[in-house]
Design a binder for this molecule. Structure first.
Ligand code: ATP
Ligand code: MG
Length: 195
């Protein structure tokens, strides 16, 4: 039987080989999808990581909830972060489709500019997937802009279901599975956990 030390040495060799092969330096497109909890918070956690390294970031919140989130309160005035909230504030209750489309397009105009600006290292497009789901935005121009963005710029997009074409354009896709949620146990949404 192999000793623990032998197994670890083998493992290290395999990992070292993979590290040696990953030599490309460029920004990445990351999709955070699925029905489980943790997509937006993962994106903002990554943004905190970037900010810690002195990088410049921007957020576009494509869907505005009823309450201000903790990350908005923490980050909105940060000198390295620009935070945009979609104008009209699409919510689940909106009845005004025309206004929603107008707001989505305005948000996309901002996104397009950010995707041409190499001074931004990381962009977060939170809940953008819903814009495609409801046909408020076309996916083709988004993919085009992602492809033409500055080489070192990274983009994170969150939302429950991603269009297939967007997945094809992504470098990293994480799907968060909903195994259990406190909400279904009857626990009320709370500040600092849900928002
Ligand atoms: P978070 O912002 O906590 O990372 P998320 O971005 O993955 O969550 P969204 O679909 O954007 O999830 O929903 C945001 C809100 O809905 C949060 O309050 C979150 O706790 C709650 N939520 C997320 N997943 C579920 C679920 N499976 N059941 C019930 N509530 C959920
Ligand atoms: Mg979210």
């Amino acid at each position: 039987m192999k000793t623990h030390q032998e197994r670890m040495a083998r493992k290290k060799a395999v990992v070292d080989e993979k590290i040696a092969k990953a030599t490309e330096e460029r920004g990445v497109v990351i999709l955070l999808k699925g029905n489980g909890k943790g997509k937006s918070s993962s994106a903002f956690g990554t943004m905190a990581r970037s900010v810690g390294h002195g990088k410049r970031c921007a957020v576009i919140q494509f869907i505005k909830g009823r309450t201000e989130t903790g990350e908005y309160k923490l980050f909105k005035d940060h000198p390295q972060i620009d935070w945009h909230v979609m104008g009209h504030g699409f919510t689940w209750e909106t009845q005004d489709k025309e206004k929603d489309i107008e707001a989505a397009q305005k948000a996309w105009q901002i996104a397009e500019k950010l995707l041409q600006d190499a001074s931004y290292d990381l962009l977060v497009f939170d809940e953008m997937s819903y814009m495609f789901k409801y046909h408020y935005l076309d996916v083709a121009p988004v993919i085009e802009a992602l492809k033409n963005r500055p080489k070192d710029q990274s983009v994170m997009i969150t939302g429950r279901a991603m269009p297939e074409a967007l997945e094809e354009a992504a470098d990293t896709i994480s799907s968060i599975r909903d195994e259990r949620h406190a909400f279904r146990l009857g626990v009320k949404a709370q500040a600092g956990i849900e928002f």
